[in-house]
Design a protein around this ligand. Structure first.
Ligand code: MLT
Length: 216
């Protein structure tokens, strides 16, 4: 039987029509409330669709199963990335947003499932802000991501998402044709104010490129 794709979620309508929709993807142990303030900072005025991951690891919600810290169950990851993409399809119909103008903002495990969506369901996101991101999987052949823009915001001293992983992810997405920008900070597995500001400016530029109305 097919898994349910109706994620528990919060929907924040956009302030004006023509705004992008942010798909907010929390990290392990958080929930659908966690990234609402961050989404507001990075994408003021945008609609926000913020689901809760359906995998429970010792009671902590996340997006896909893992065998150990940093060792992912890639079969589960691919399946769950597909379910999440299906959920966004359904939500676009339910809430009436433009399915072709969805930008993920994911932190940690949320960045990794967003990366999984990009790599396995390439049409599912217009763009993605991946914060504290790792390589979710290494698909062959690479998908065509020539219509996709990605900002990766990682710490050079992140013990959970090592810098080499962020660099490999950037190369992989670039090889697939995506427009990739890196935003490094000197810290660890956290999101800094500088990276938030870079992400806000990056998204404002993407909106101009896609003809969305200017930010207030
Ligand atoms: C993951 O499992 O996606 C990463 O290890 C990040 C995390 O701890 O959730």
């Amino acid at each position: 039987m097919a898994e349910p794709t109706d994620f528990r979620h919060i929907w924040v309508p956009p302030e004006r029509s023509g705004e992008p929709t942010v798909l907010a993807l929390h990290g392990t142990g958080a929930d659908e409330h966690d990234l609402l303030p961050l989404a507001r900072l990075i994408a003021p005025g945008a609609g926000v669709l913020s689901p809760r991951g359906q995998v429970l690891e010792r009671g902590m919600p996340r997006w896909f199963a893992r065998h150990a810290e940093g060792v992912f169950d890639t079969d589960d990851l691919v399946r769950r990335a597909g379910e999440l993409a299906d959920f966004v399809d359904d939500a676009a119909v339910k809430y009436g947003f433009d399915r072709d103008n969805v930008v993920a903002i994911g932190f940690s495990n949320g960045a990794n499932i967003a990366g999984g969506m990009l790599l396995t369901r390439p049409g599912s996101l217009r763009g993605a802000v991946l914060l504290g991101a790792m390589v979710p999987l290494r698909p062959e052949p690479r998908p065509d991501l020539s219509e996709v823009a990605v900002l990766i915001g990682n710490g050079r001293n992140d013990p959970i998402a090592p810098a080499e992983q962020a660099e490999e992810l950037a190369r992989m997405l670039d090889d697939a044709g995506a427009s990739v920008q890196m935003a490094w900070h000197d810290g660890g597995h956290e999101v800094t104010a500088d990276v938030v500001e870079t992400a806000r400016a990056w998204l404002a530029k993407l909106r101009t490129a896609t003809g969305s109305p200017p930010l207030p």
